[in-house]
Design a protein around this ligand. Structure first.
Ligand code: NAP
Length: 308
C-alpha cells in the first residue's frame, strides 16, 4: 500500500506548520486533524480548517485523502477557526435569553417602567396571551434543541454567539417593553383579531414542530446523513411538496401571527428581519439540495410556494 506524505502550511503566511510521514491513503481529514493536534496541541480539531487551496473551502471531516485531487505528497492549508462552542450551548444561550428577558417585562420588575407599576399586571387579556405564546415558542425551541434536532456540525465560532445573542435578546427586550407597557393599547379589531392571530400562531407552531420531526427522521442517530425530505401522512408536512424549508415558512408564519395578535411595531420588524435572514438560508439550502440530488423535486421553491 502506497503511503502519503502530508504537509500542512499556514494559509496566511505559507509557513510550514507540520509534516506528516506515512499517512495511510484511506485516512480521513478528521484523522489528519488529530495527527496535527499532536504536534500543535493549542489547535484541537474543532479549531482547524484544512483546505486544498489557501482561500478555498474547508474540507469535510469525512473526506478521504486518496479521493482528494492531491499527489502522494499532499499540501493542505490550515486556518484557525478560533475558539469554538457547541451548537447545543449556542442554541440554549440564544433561546433561554429571550424567554427570561420577556418575563422580566411581563412581571414589570422594578427599574423598567415607572415605580408605581412595579410587579403590577396588565388588564388586557391579549398581553397575557402574548406572554404564553412567546414563552411557549422559546420553550419549544429549547426542548427541540435538546431532544429533536440531530445537528451535523458540532461547533461554531464563539464570536458568533455575541452577534446572535445581541439579535435575539435585543429584539425580545424591545418587543416585551412595548407589549407589557402600562400604556399598551390592544389591537384595533379586538377579540376577533386576537383569535385569528392565535389560530395562525398555533397552526404555524404545529407545522414547525412537524417539520422538525420529519427532518429528524431523515437522519439516524449519530449519523450525518442528508436526504430529500418528502411529505408524510401528517398534513403539516405537505408543504414539502412546494418548498424546501417549510420549517422556516412556519417560523415566519408564527411571528406574523404574533405581530397581528399584539399589533406592535417591533414585532413586525422582528418578523421582517427574521424573514430576510431565513430566506437567505433557505435559498442556500435549496441550492445545496439541487446540487446534491439530481432527482430533486422541480416544483419546490426555497421558502414561499411559487414565489421565493
Ligand atoms: N426566526 C429566526 O430567526 C430563526 C433563525 C434560525 C432558526 N430558527 C428556528 O430554529 C429551527 C432550526 O434552525 P436550523 O437553521 O438549524 O434549521 P434546519 O437547517 O432546517 O435544520 C434543522 C435540523 O434538521 C437537520 N436537517 C436539515 N435538513 C436535513 C436533511 N435534508 N437531511 C437530514 N437532516 C436535515 C439539520 O441538521 P444540520 O445540522 O445538518 O443542518 C438540523 O439538525 C428553525 O426551523 C426555526 O424554527 C429561527
Amino acid at each position: 500500500m502506497k503511503h502519503y506524505e502530508v504537509e500542512i502550511l499556514d494559509a496566511k503566511t505559507r509557513e510550514k506548520l507540520c509534516f506528516l510521514d506515512k499517512v495511510e491513503p484511506h485516512a480521513t481529514i478528521a484523522e489528519i486533524k488529530n495527527l496535527f493536534t499532536k504536534t500543535h496541541p493549542q489547535w484541537y480539531p474543532a479549531h482547524q480548517s484544512l483546505c486544498l487551496d489557501p482561500k478555498g473551502k474547508s474540507l469535510k471531516d469525512e473526506d478521504v485523502l486518496q479521493k482528494l485531487p492531491v499527489g502522494t505528497t499532499a499540501t493542505l492549508y490550515f486556518r484557525d477557526l478560533g475558539a469554538q462552542i457547541s451548537w447545543v450551548t449556542v442554541f440554549l444561550t440564544e433561546y433561554a435569553g429571550p424567554l427570561f428577558i420577556y418575563l422580566l417585562f411581563y412581571f414589570r420588575v422594578p427599574f423598567i417602567y415607572s415605580h408605581k407599576y412595579d410587579f403590577t399586571s396588565s388588564r388586557h387579556t391579549v398581553v397575557h396571551l402574548a406572554c404564553i405564546c412567546h414563552s411557549f415558542h422559546y420553550i419549544k425551541r429549547l426542548l427541540e434543541t435538546l431532544f429533536v434536532h440531530r445537528f451535523s456540525h458540532g461547533t461554531m465560532p464563539l464570536r458568533n454567539i455575541f452577534k446572535n445573542c445581541t439579535y435575539y435578546w435585543g429584539f425580545a427586550a424591545w418587543m416585551a417593553y412595548y407589549i407589557n407597557h402600562p400604556l399598551y393599547t390592544p389591537p384595533t379589531y379586538g377579540a376577533q383579531q386576537v383569535k385569528l392571530a392565535l389560530a395562525i400562531f398555533v397552526i404555524c407552531q404545529l407545522g414547525n414542530f412537524s417539520i422538525h420531526m420529519a427532518l429528524r427522521d431523515l437522519r439516524p442517530a449519530g449519523s450525518k446523513t442528508r436526504k430529500i425530505p418528502y411529505p408524510s401522512k401528517n398534513p403539516f408536512t405537505w408543504l414539502f411538496l412546494l418548498v424546501s424549508c417549510p420549517n422556516y415558512t412556519y417560523e415566519v408564519g408564527s411571528w406574523i401571527g404574533f405581530a397581528i395578535m399584539t399589533q406592535c411595531l417591533p414585532v413586525a420588524l422582528f418578523s421582517l428581519v427574521g424573514f430576510t435572514q431565513v430566506t437567505i438560508w433557505a435559498k442556500g439550502k435549496h441550492r445545496s439540495y439541487l446540487k446534491e440530488f439530481q432527482d430533486y423535486p422541480p416544483l419546490r421553491m426555497p421558502i414561499i410556494p411559487f414565489l421565493l
